[in-house]
Structures are given as C-alpha cells and as structure tokens.
Design a protein around this ligand. Structure first.
Ligand SMILES: C[S@@+](CC[C@H](N)C(=O)[O-])C[C@H]1O[C@@H](n2cnc3c(N)ncnc32)[C@H](O)[C@@H]1O
Length: 242
C-alpha cells in the first residue's frame, strides 16, 4: 500500500525551505549513466514523488520537458510557487497511477521517495509508461550523514547523530527500505539491464539552522511533533545550542 506522510502545509513549507537538491556527485552519476545508455537527449523526463521539486529543478537544466509528480497537493503547491525554468510542470497524482500514455516517457526519476510507494504497483506503472530504451534512475540519501566543519567535525557529527537517533524512534516502518540502501527497490525493478550504486558521497554545504531545519523536515520528526510537540521542539532547540 502507498503511504501518505507529506500532506501538511507546514511540513511542505519546511520541506521546501530546508531540503537540499541532489548533490553534485549524484547528479553527475545520473547524467553519466543516462549518457552511457544514450538517454541523455530525452524529450520527456518524469520525476515521481518530486516533493517540492528539488530534483525536478536539477533535471530541468538538462532536459527538454520535465514533469514533477507527487501525491501531496501541499508539496506540489510549494513546488509550483518556487522559481523554476519554463520547461517544468507539476502534477498531483500517485506514483502507482501516472497520467502518461504507454511507452511515452524517456527518463523516469525518483529522489528519496520510492520507499513511500506501493513498490510493486509503482514498478508495473514505470514499466508501462517507459519508452523502449528509456531509463529509470531511483535514488535516496541514507540517514548516516556526517557533518564537517574545521576541527570540530567529529563533535558536530556526534551531536547530529545523537539527535537523529532520538528522532528515528518515530520512523515509519518504510524507513527500513532506506536503512537497507534501497535493496528492495532495486530488486523490484522489472528491467534486465540494471545497476545499483551505493558509494556516492556528496558534500552539501549547510548552516547550523539548515541542519536543524533538515531534521525538522524529516518524516520521523513530524511524527514526533504530533506525538509530543513540547519534547520535539525542545530537542531541536537543545541540538541547535550544542
Ligand atoms: C522524502 S520526500 C522526497 C521529495 C523530493 N523528491 C526530494 O528529493 O526531496 C517523499 C515524497 O514522496 C511523496 N509520496 C509519498 N508517497 C507517494 C505516492 N504513493 N505517490 C507519489 N508521491 C508520493 C511525498 O508526498 C513526498 O513529497
């Protein structure tokens, strides 16, 4: 079954403000792969589970027509309100029912979203809409991030991970798919020619407020906030102080 976790307007606004675009190395990995498969001149690229459009906007710099799709109206509204190139549009629809003709999509991407989909149905749908010779690129970032700043990187990472561990207690069981590096998603891909890459290390410049905002945008934190708003708020305040 598909899971709806990103419906709130407040959550979408935090998401738009603090979620980062795919890092440089991930971008290059995807573009190089598409070139290798001769899919780099794609006409229609669809970014599924696009959220507020972080990945969609990156794709728009490289392809003719890019459509971001997401099940959450609030996320799509934020994506539409953000500045973007004229070749981008957005649609509210589930990943499992994409409003595209059979064999009409050249490249289909999904950034940090596939673990929320009904994987079996989504794969069937991806298979239906892809043109022969098209490419699918599904990625996620993992939860074990490291922070770096001068000589206090170790201390910063420790503070980050301690808070993160407390937040992760409120994780939906779908997060297991991320913790297992999308093995399940990869295995479900119904295409014979496929490649799994698990060693992409991107450095994303962020301020302290950015790191705390990133945690706030995470679905387990939003669950924590619903469960115990006082404790959730004070956890992030304490983390920022540290
Ligand atoms: C963690 S966010 C990722 C957003 C964006 N791709 C990014 O890289 O930041 C996951 C997104 O998947 C969307 N989503 C969850 N289940 C979905 C489904 N069944 N169909 C389409 N979108 C879905 C959520 O609404 C949310 O915007």
């Amino acid at each position: 079954m598909a899971t709806q976790m990103f419906e709130g307007r407040g959550h979408a606004a935090v998401y738009q403000k603090y979620r980062f675009a795919p890092g440089e190395e991930l971008q290059q990995t995807i573009l190089t792969y598409l070139k290798e498969k001769r899919a780099n001149t794609a006409e229609l690229v669809v970014d599924v589970g696009c959220g507020t459009g972080q990945g969609t906007r990156f794709l728009a710099e490289h392809f003719k027509k890019v459509v971001g799709t997401d099940i959450s109206e609030a996320q799509i509204q934020e994506a539409r309100d953000a500045p973007s190139l004229p070749n981008v549009s957005y649609l509210v629809c589930p990943a499992e029912e994409l409003p595209f003709e059979d064999a009409s999509v050249d490249v289909l991407t999904s950034f940090t979203a596939a673990h929320w989909f009904d994987i079996e149905k989504f794969m069937r749908e991806a298979n239906r809409v892809m043109k022969p010779g098209g490419c699918v690129a599904i990625s996620t970032y993992t939860v074990d991030m490291s922070l770096r700043y001068g000589n206090c990187s170790e201390k910063l990472t420790k503070v980050f991970r301690e808070t993160w561990d407390l937040i992760l207690k409120y994780s939906h069981n779908r997060l297991k798919i991320v913790l297992e590096d999308y093995k399940e998603v990869f295995e479900a891909l119904p295409f014979p020619d496929k490649k799994r890459i698990t060693d992409i290390f991107d450095k994303i410049p962020m301020t302290i407020a950015g790191v705390v905002g990133y945690m706030e945008s995470a679905s387990p934190y939003q669950a924590f906030m619903k469960n115990d708003p006082k404790a959730a708020t004070s956890l992030l305040q304490e983390t920022e102080k540290k």
